[in-house]
Design a protein around this ligand. Structure first.
Ligand SMILES: [Mn+2]
Length: 314
């Protein structure tokens, strides 16, 4: 952390980016860091090939993020990548072999330390926690705008403090953030109770396709490419699937051009990160993902998932 701090103090112009399809942790961490660095007089800004999803547009300065601004400025010699475990997933246009100093701040176990400086704390429930500690280390006063960003980061990645990665430190940081006067019930509503009726109806249609296997211990929801495009972010439908009483593992399968994308969640026993890693993916013990390359037939993908989990669940 000290090296991160020394480097940030050294550079004046700093570009920040995150993983593709940024979620609340990626955006909240990046925007919170950007606002904090500006308090130190830095020229800090975000580069992104992705647009900000509608539900995160309320975040302070989110309006500055544009997919038309995806590359660092010529005079920027320091890049900070938050919440992103590998180079292939970086949203900004970055050449990691150029002479710029790359700082990688993350909490994914599968982070492959591609930066010049890597700060990966897998005990952090969200990258937002790491940004909080970093800003504290930089003596940046955390105001309500920064707090809104970091609070959003934390509640996104902890499912509002309920996932097992949540620690007493998570709660203590959230307490500090609330003390800045943020309207946290409103943040929860904006993120979790902010859907058009059509979206809920689509969830209904898709949930109807869930199938149970392996003595009802495995749920699989498989959707085709078109349904995947209509759905967009899949985090919520996955968490709905996990509400089924009998299951230990939930698998969400989505057809894409390159094959079938698999998201796995488990409740308490199965280490889904191990499974994901054996297919070249990654994530956490209870939530991980990977791509089944060259499998375009969704039934075939289902069979593969069932046969992998057979050993774990029976
Ligand atoms: Mn995260």
């Amino acid at each position: 952390m000290n090296r991160v701090i020394q480097n940030i103090l050294h550079f004046n112009s700093i570009a920040i980016t995150y993983h593709q399809s940024p979620d609340g942790d990626a955006l909240g961490s990046a925007l919170g860091l950007m606002l904090g660095l500006r308090k130190l007089g830095k020229d800090a800004y975000i580069i992104s090939r992705d647009r900000v999803p509608d539900i995160y547009r309320f975040l302070p300065s989110a309006i500055e993020v544009s997919e038309d601004f995806a590359s660092p400025k010529e005079n920027t010699k320091c890049l900070i990548i938050v919440d992103c475990g590998n180079v292939e997933r970086i949203s900004g246009n970055i050449d990691i072999s150029d002479s710029r100093t790359i700082i990688n701040l993350d909490h994914h176990l599968s982070n492959n330390e591609y930066g010049d400086i890597n700060y990966v704390d897998t005990s952090a429930s969200a990258t937002g926690e790491i940004i909080y500690s970093l800003l504290k280390g930089l003596n940046v006063p955390i105001d309500a705008s920064i707090a809104e960003c970091l609070y959003t980061a934390i509640i996104t990645d902890t499912g509002s403090f309920k996932y097992p990665g949540t620690t007493s430190n998570t709660h203590s940081i959230a307490g500090d953030l609330i003390n800045t006067g943020i309207n946290f019930p409103l943040i929860h509503r904006r993120i979790f109770e902010n859907k058009p009726l059509q979206k809920l109806k689509l969830y209904g249609q898709l949930l109807d396709k869930i199938e149970l296997f392996l003595n009802d211990r495995l749920a699989i929801l498989a959707i085709n490419k078109e349904q995947g495009e209509t759905l967009g972010d899949n985090a919520e439908i996955i968490s709905l699937q996990m509400q089924i009483d009998t299951i230990e593992v939930g698998a969400f399968l989505k057809q894409v051009d390159e094959g079938v994308k698999v998201s796995l969640r488990s409740k308490e026993k199965v280490d889904v990160r191990k499974i994901a890693e054996s297919f070249g993916g990654g994530g956490h013990e209870r939530a991980a993902g990977f791509l089944l390359k060259d499998i375009n037939y969704i039934e075939k993908a289902k069979e593969t998932i069932i046969s992998i989990l057979e050993k774990e669940l029976i």
